[in-house]
Unconditional design. Structure first.
Length: 346
């Protein structure tokens, strides 16, 4: 039997958390869109804004459809708890619009996950463009197979629902749970691959540029790890609630949170990469190739002037380093020097 506490508490938790995340996502999306429009070059701006807008529309639409479904089920469940007549709820659950909303919401989520994986794969491609492409190829194949599993689960479940074949519905739900778990592992693995490459390529810059740059690399790494971990953790928690028996009367549906997190996690990565970082989401390590450190003068010149060329870094951080001033003392022993401006590599 349905209890008033159960039919009210569970939707309150699900929809309440979804509204909280939605408010955060709207602010995040607006902030990142503004930063991209102001700071990024035209080519990068168009690409990232396309990703951002597509993710926002897909994830918010998916979450809104499922949240509306949860609220309507809660209203009907409340009527059942009062009247002890479950026919209206059963009629609605077995009605075609209810099934269609569920299928469309799941399809939008899978599409949003495809876009999010594309963003992570783009980061992998940028980071590994000068190295072996095997990691990028393997990651791409795994992501394609993962999302293909999601579409297979959706098709099997849809056929079972619309044709009233219970075994297909059960199989579709099972494949869907497998897809969610694989998706969580895949997202976390991609994040670790990106973080590992950032850490490996940042060894020399961190040693050369000191504590400030080291802090920026740690911030970039932490942001990517947190984004991937939060999304993966949300997926695992959602599967755990679906597979366990809820004591609240209704099963706790966290799908709206999952649908929003699939957009929030990549948006956080774009935010990190937009705040003074390079297109790969880290301080651009290629800037260090433009640093020409002091060259030792010849032996005769060293006797007259033992100084070496010094590099004066005028910027406080890597991303603010717009020009490097190199003071070169004249070889005739005078103290004056001419200044050479090295523009930051584009």
């Amino acid at each position: 039997m349905y209890s008033i506490q159960g039919v009210l508490l569970v939707p309150f938790v699900s929809v309440g958390l979804a509204l909280f995340l939605l408010g955060f996502y709207v602010i995040l999306f607006g902030s990142v869109a503004t930063i991209l429009y102001v700071r990024q070059p035209n080519e990068q701006k168009k690409l990232h804004l396309y990703w951002m807008t597509t993710l926002f529309i897909l994830s918010v639409s998916s979450a809104a459809l499922r949240a509306g479904q949860i609220i309507n089920d809660a209203v009907l469940g409340f009527q059942v708890a009062i009247t002890q007549d479950s026919r209206p709820l059963h009629d609605w659950v077995s009605h075609v619009p209810h099934k269609m909303l569920e299928v469309v919401s799941a399809a939008l989520y899978i599409l949003a996950n495809c876009v999010a994986d594309t963003l992570l794969l783009y980061r992998c491609f940028i980071l590994w463009e000068d190295s072996s492409k095997r990691i990028f190829i393997v990651a791409s194949v795994v992501s394609i197979l993962t999302n293909a599993t999601g579409f297979v689960a959706l098709v099997v479940y849809s056929i079972g629902v619309f044709r009233a074949k219970k075994h297909l519905t059960v199989n579709g739900s099972y494949i869907g749970s497998v897809y969610v778990i694989i998706n969580a592992i895949n997202t976390l693995t991609l994040s670790i691959i990106i973080v590992g490459r950032i850490w490996w390529s940042s060894r020399e810059p961190r040693e050369i540029m000191g504590r400030g740059v080291n802090r920026r690399y740690r911030q970039a790494i932490a942001m990517i790890v947190e984004s991937g971990f939060l999304y993966s953790a949300t997926l695992i928690v959602d599967v755990a609630f679906k597979q366990s028996v809820s004591t609240l009367g209704f099963g706790l549906d966290l799908f709206p949170l999952v649908a929003l997190m699939v957009g929030i996690a990549p948006t956080l990565i774009i935010l990190r990469s937009s705040l003074g970082l390079s297109r790969s989401g880290i301080p651009d390590s290629r800037i260090f190739s433009a640093l020409r450190f002091g060259e030792q003068l010849s032996t005769d010149e060293a006797g007259q002037n033992p100084e070496v060329r010094a590099v004066d870094l005028q910027s406080e951080s890597v991303d603010e380093c717009s020009e490097l001033r190199v003071h070169k003392p004249e070889c005739n022993g005078t103290t004056s020097g001419e200044t050479e401006l090295l523009d930051e590599p584009k």
